[in-house]
Design a protein around this ligand. Structure first.
Ligand code: 5GP
Ligand code: MG
Ligand code: MG
Length: 183
């Protein structure tokens, strides 16, 4: 889906498809350099990470295994609380593996912080995080996100995997929503 298809729902396009693609390619170069000679276990967090997983995994020159988790964080409204429940666990054994958590966006960082601790308890050789987007609030949280695609303003964004009520995930740009959509 393109921005013009839902033009009335969008406030502004923050990043075009080409700009997102450049960011993903840059992330892949950094990751390939750091993991040279190692196999990587990519762990995507459903559903938001589906686009970044598809594009990043193809951009990587390293050998990868792909797995997914689904989690729900209890919280009020749009804020996550840090209390997390696993809806779908990994199929892979993490023992001795180089795990790279693949995230769409880090906002409060609470879900991610819980997830990193959880995966570290399963005996991996390493656990790092790559996120495509990061919001300013994430800077206040003590979580080490090794690879960051782009810092974005503190606004609710949709597209490239990110939804509002399960819509707009297939929008091929990153955009902010017009207030009439969510008010
Ligand atoms: P956090 O725990 O860091 O606050 O965010 C958890 C999840 O909330 C993210 O992985 C993402 O799926 C979702 N999220 C955070 N900010 C946004 C946003 O601006 N737009 C959308 N669509 N989802 C977001
Ligand atoms: Mg996510
Ligand atoms: Mg969502």
């Amino acid at each position: 889906m393109k921005a013009e298809d839902v033009a009335g729902d969008l406030e502004s396009v923050l990043l075009t498809r080409e700009e997102i693609d450049d960011i993903v390619q840059d992330l892949a170069v950094q990751i390939d350099r750091d993991y040279e000679g190692k196999d990587i276990l990519l762990v995507g967090v459903l559903k938001g990470a589906l686009m970044i997983m598809a594009d990043l995994s193809r951009a990587l020159r390293s050998n990868v295994t792909i797995d997914f988790m689904a989690v729900s964080s209890y919280g009020s409204g749009t804020k996550s609380s840090g209390v997390v429940r696993i809806l779908k666990d990994l199929e892979e054994d993490l023992m001795g593996r180089h795990v790279l958590i693949v995230e769409d966006i880090v906002d409060s960082g609470l879900t991610l912080s819980w997830l990193k601790t959880n995966l570290e308890s399963r005996g991996p050789a390493s656990v790092e995080i790559v996120t495509l987007f990061r919001k300013p609030e994430a800077l206040a949280v003590d979580i080490d996100v090794k690879y960051i695609g782009r810092d974005i303003p503190n606004k609710f964004v949709v597209g490239y995997g990110l939804d509002f009520s399960q819509k707009y995930r297939n929008l091929d740009v990153l955009a902010t929503l017009a207030p009439h959509v969510y008010e």
